[in-house]
Design a protein around this ligand. Structure first.
Ligand SMILES: [Fe+2]
Ligand SMILES: [Fe+2]
Length: 445
């Protein structure tokens, strides 16, 4: 009798457990995220729009991109938007635009095939300084109304910059973006320096990234540059990148939404695709030519360039020679103010000018490497580093107001770890004012 009971229980267990775990066993990430739990929470698209995100347009003073995802049953989806009102009456004046929809079938490692419709639209003709509301979906299922405010021409202008989130993004990175938002809820945009996730087409990892940021991604416009973990074998871009983001297509041909520029009245932000600089000579040279043209033809008072592979690494013996040979001379020639990088899973920053092959410190572009997720590498003790950190999850707030660029790096606890200002004179030269807090540097023993 007992044997029969055991047999029945075993069969029932198999029936219940096998379909749920057959493909998900053994995929536990570094800090113990259970893939099975992640999948249930983040993976399957439904009629209800999810993964909603605002992206920076090439002219972010008057336009913003919006993307979201649904089940494939939703072939048509809409954005409704209006100027926000103090009460609910904006619903009566909301305009509707139909999204462009694309189908994505993705599958990585032991995940099931995930099929979804991705939708994107661009709101244009928006007014500087105005506050808008929008929602996405259709009569079958709408998102909530999200609210965002456009920047003003006179500024100030501020952003949050994140280094690699990459690993255990839902469980271990979510507190970082949320703390950044608690500390600086009114920034104009957020910037990601690549390696947002670990496996380029792992749908549950992208789901974890969206879940971690939740309404923040849908309320504060975002720009991102791809890292090596957004690529397969160094040359195949994540199939998720273009459907789920809505980034400018004003870069070199074939590098749309990876290499591009965003222009505010006094700030130009440029994304370069570091992986294709590293891996593909013709894509490297296309970016070199384009970068030079962009910096030559439409200079702004302030220029920030972001790419994934650092010019100067924080890790011993890991400098990126292609970046130094091809990109660094252009950054120096055109006086780029600030370079935001990732990849090295540690923090350091300092100014370096390469004079006849010798680094001269305290001059030239300010180079920053940072990390926001939990994966950590050793940090070197190099002369160019004004401040460095090991084993520290950080986010950075950058504010531009007139002739002053202010920078603060805060830990995941929300504590100030590093700060400086760049003061620009009438010739366009920067003076560095270090404001490093009087706290111990976090370095490995
Ligand atoms: Fe990374
Ligand atoms: Fe990387």
């Amino acid at each position: 009798m007992n044997c029969i009971k055991v047999l029945i229980v075993s069969v029932l267990c198999l029936l219940v457990v096998v379909p749920d775990t057959a493909w998900a066993t053994g995929s536990t990430d570094l800090y113990g995220d259970s893939v099975k739990v992640m999948v249930k929470k983040h993976l399957m698209p439904t009629v209800q729009p999810d993964r909603i995100i605002l992206n920076l347009a090439e002219n972010p003073m008057e336009a913003v991109g919006i993307n979201w995802r649904t089940a494939t049953s939703e072939a048509v989806s809409y954005i409704e938007y209006a100027v926000a009102t103090a009460g609910p009456e904006f619903r009566k004046i909301a305009k509707r635009i139909e999204a462009k929809t694309s189908f994505l079938s993705s599958q990585q490692d032991d995940e099931p095939v995930i099929e979804a419709n991705y939708h994107e639209g661009m709101l244009t003709g928006l007014e500087a300084g105005q506050t808008y509301v929008y929602r996405v979906g259709s009569e079958k299922a709408w998102s909530e109304w999200f609210q965002f405010t456009m920047p003003t021409a006179e500024g100030p202008l501020s952003l949050i910059y994140f280094g690699d989130a990459q690993n255990d993004v839902y469980s271990m990175w979510s507190r970082v973006i949320r703390e950044a938002y608690f500390q600086f809820p009114k920034v104009d945009f957020m910037l990601y320096a690549g390696d947002l996730i670990n496996h380029e087409d792992a749908d549950y990892e992208w789901g974890g990234w969206f879940e971690a940021g939740s309404f923040i991604h849908a309320s504060v416009p975002v720009m991102m540059t791809p890292g090596n973990h957004e690529y397969a074998k160094g040359v195949f871009l994540s199939k998720h990148w273009r459907p789920q983001f809505n980034l400018p297509k004003n870069g070199p041909e074939g590098l749309e939404e990876m290499a591009y520029e965003v222009n505010y009245p006094h700030l130009k932000v440029i994304s370069l695709d570091g992986e294709q600089i590293d891996e593909i000579p013709e894509k490297r040279m296309a970016q070199v030519k384009w970068l030079r043209e962009v910096l030559e033809n439409d200079p702004k008072k302030w220029t920030i360039v972001t790419f994934h592979y650092p010019i100067y690494s924080t890790k011993p013996n890991r400098n990126n020679e292609d970046m130094q040979a091809y990109i660094q001379p252009i950054l120096e020639e055109y006086g780029v103010d600030l370079v935001l990088q990732g990849h090295d899973h540690a923090y350091a920053r300092g100014r370096v000018l390469n004079v006849n092959g010798q680094p001269e410190l305290g001059k030239g572009p300010m180079y920053v490497v940072s990390v926001s997720g939990p994966k950590m590498y050793d940090v070197a003790n190099d002369p160019w580093m004004d401040r460095k950190a090991y084993n520290t999850q950080l986010f950075q707030w950058i504010n531009i107001e007139g002739d002053t660029l202010s920078f603060k790096a805060l830990t995941a606890r929300g504590e100030l770890y590093d700060a400086f200002q760049l003061q620009k004179n009438t010739k366009g030269e920067n003076t560095l004012i270090n404001q490093i807090p009087n706290t111990e540097e976090r370095v490995q023993e």
